[in-house]
Design a protein around this ligand. Structure first.
Ligand code: PBG
Length: 305
């Protein structure tokens, strides 16, 4: 790469994706690197049908990765929770910056909290993880699929199609839309998806110059946490669509991983957490995963396919 050539960042066009790519551009500019954005449209943006089965894996991320393969861009900026866990030796996850808010929020049209939403309220979410945790607490709720970016989901809520929706706090706060939040759900109510609130910044595995530039954006603690969460997900052979929740946190040199596997109807909820060393996230993930498998996680994950 010539010194004066800008680093090309591939991103989707949604306001959240653009915010995230611009954030990476700002960080790189602070290190003295010029960038330019390469705007792409993914199938996840154009196809509004509910995401089902394996059809949805990599929906948001494949088009961005293709730009790396074809040399249209040097860097791919992803929401880490949308990035499939299966290893792909063509790419390097060169940076995982410090994580934003990890949790989920309830946004209700009528300002009701989760506990006092009227019986039978209609909740919009396409996530089996969110649906199962909602139904576990409130089996009376009706969960219906919703697609589209954060803004269009809020518009669907405003139109009265749903009584409430669930969105990640990270996306809302990046878009400065937290004024819409009715209730920040606790981790007991709603454990997040593996990687939620974190960015994954990829480059081609054969691009050592950009890999070393990106290394300055990496956060060791966030990487340890999301590595544990993502290894757990792949150990349970669950994609982003499985009713699996996981959150790792760091205290000193210790990594705590807490995870859930639920049945789609929320009636069965398996939970396990364990503590390990910050530099052994994979070992911790396998331990927690095996414990959940011994509790009977496998049929719950298969049921959801
Ligand atoms: N699947 C869509 C998606 N991917 C990342 C985010 C928000 C940012 C994040 O969770 O990291 C969202 C929207 C949402 O879940 O509310």
């Amino acid at each position: 790469m010539h010194d004066s050539a800008p680093i090309r960042l591939a991103t989707r066009r949604s306001p959240l994706a653009l915010w995230q790519a611009n954030w990476v551009a700002d960080q790189l500019l602070q290190q003295g690197h010029r960038t330019e954005l390469v705007l792409l449209t993914s199938r996840g943006d154009t196809d509004q049908a509910p995401i089902d089965g394996t059809r949805g894996v990599g929906f948001f991320t494949k088009r961005i990765q293709q730009a790396l393969v074809e040399g249209e861009a040097d860097v791919a900026v992803h929401s880490l929770k949308d990035l499939p866990t299966d290893p792909d030796e063509r790419f390097a996850l060169a940076a995982i910056p410090p994580r934003a808010a990890v949790g989920d929020c309830l946004i209700s049209g009528s300002d009701h909290t989760l506990a006092d939403l009227p019986n039978g309220s209609v909740i919009g979410t396409g996530s089996r993880r969110r649906a199962a945790q909602l139904l576990h607490m409130r089996s009376d709720l009706q969960v219906r699929p919703i697609r589209g970016n954060v803004q269009s989901r809020l518009e669907k809520l405003a139109s009265g199609e749903f009584d409430a929706i669930i969105l990640a706090e990270a996306g809302l706060s990046r878009l400065e839309m937290t004024q819409h939040v009715t209730e920040r759900l606790t981790l007991e109510q709603m454990l997040p998806a593996p990687g939620q609130g974190a960015l994954g910044i990829e480059t081609r595995a054969d691009n050592p110059i950009v890999t070393s530039v990106l290394a300055s954006l990496d956060d060791r603690e966030t990487r340890a946490c999301v590595t544990a969460e993502r290894t757990l997900l792949s150990h349970l052979s669950g994609g982003c669509l499985a009713p699996i929740a996981a959150l790792a946190t760091v205290a000193g040199d210790q990594l705590t991983l807490r995870a859930l596997v639920l049945s789609t109807d929320g009636k069965t909820r398996l939970e396990h957490s364990a503590i390990g060393a910050i530099d052994q996230p994979n070992e911790l993930a396998v331990e927690v995963g095996n414990q959940l498998l011994s509790q009977g996680a496998e049929p719950l994950i298969k049921e959801a396919r």
